[in-house]
Design a protein around this ligand. Structure first.
Ligand SMILES: Nc1ncnc2c1ncn2[C@@H]1O[C@H](COP(=O)(O)OP(=O)(O)OP(=O)(O)O)[C@@H](O)[C@H]1O
Ligand SMILES: CC(C)(CO)[C@@H](O)C(=O)NCCC(=O)O
Ligand SMILES: [K+]
Length: 260
């Protein structure tokens, strides 16, 4: 079975794949100090609790935090006796072209999202991911990754207000009743919530205009449903796009006989 690991700047998600069936997924905070032994104790405890008996033979990692990869490699080597595929490393092949400026390193999560989006929806696609950052990634007709947009994440924007202004409290995102807030929290929620609705709409419109072809927009990430409830921003929502992409990239490397 395949263990797929997606390390974001805030959270790390592990998913267990049996072929194209995801049989479990678990989330922890991203901490580069966490050791291979700690990962293993945590993972095996959760698997036991859920009665999952799995023989993990393969591992694939996408990490936006370079220093966590070391301990995940040790986990793979020590406990699963396999060398992991690491997205973005030369030995990990992608099933699509990447057409960006020479010398640019695209975040592996962004590439992985587009691979999954293309597999399910085909090309001429925009993938929006609401993580630590809000990213927009563009897939051409042939599936190639052709670039995108990085905007500050929703929670990051709220945190930035709280940190920079002495009188602004910590606030969780939610959909405000009105645009005109009549207390501090409502004003902050309005600014970030409606500001984001506008940001997403404007960026997608401009990507479509610049591309000159009709495009589908799909969203992923914890906060996407909150925005979709309100405004018709996306054609579809996928809750585990990054994990689907990791499974697909692993399969591609097997198909071409590439063993990390
Ligand atoms: N209504 C909500 N308000 C606040 N947070 C929410 C809400 N719904 C979901 N979330 C949060 O969204 C997060 C899931 O987001 P996701 O995994 O896409 O990105 P992340 O883990 O924050 O970022 P990264 O992948 O960059 O580490 C979870 O931590 C969850 O707590
Ligand atoms: C933009 C983030 C932080 C989103 O997770 C990540 O994809 C990243 O660190 N990217 C590196 C730079 C780039 O994608 O161009
Ligand atoms: K993510």
């Amino acid at each position: 079975m395949l263990l797929a690991v997606d390390c974001g700047n805030t959270n790390t998600v592990f998913a267990l794949w049996d072929g194209d069936q995801m049989i479990g997924h678990w989330r922890t905070s991203t901490e580069w100090q966490r050791t291979a032994d700690q990962y293993y104790v945590w993972l095996s405890t959760l698997m036991n609790l859920q009665g999952i008996k799995a023989q993990i033979t393969d591992m694939i990692i996408s990490s936006t935090v370079p220093r966590v990869v070391f301990n995940l490699r040790v986990l793979s080597d020590r406990y699963f006796n396999t060398r992991p595929l690491v997205v973005g490393k030369p030995e990990c092949a992608l099933p699509v072209d990447v057409r960006v400026d020479e010398g640019t390193t695209v975040g592996p999560d962004r590439l992985v999202n587009t691979v999954a989006g293309y597999e399910k929806y085909g090309g001429d696609l925009i993938v929006v991911d609401f993580g630590t950052a809000t990213t927009f990634d563009v897939v051409a007709a042939d599936g190639a990754y052709v670039g995108g947009v990085i905007a500050p994440g929703v929670n990051l924007s709220l945190e930035a207000l709280h940190h920079a202004a002495a009188a602004l409290p910590h606030v969780d995102i939610s959909k405000p009743q009105n645009v005109i807030g009549t207390n501090t929290v409502a004003c902050m929620q309005s600014g970030v919530f409606w500001g984001y609705v506008g940001l997403v709409r404007e960026i997608c419109d401009r990507i479509k205009a610049e591309s000159g072809v009709p495009m589908k927009v799909i969203s992923t990430g914890g906060l996407a449903p909150l925005f979709q409830q309100t405004a018709d921003l996306f054609d579809a929502y996928e809750d585990d796009l990054t994990m689907q992409g990791l499974r697909r990239i692993h399969e591609h490397n097997k198909d071409i006989g590439n063993h990390a």
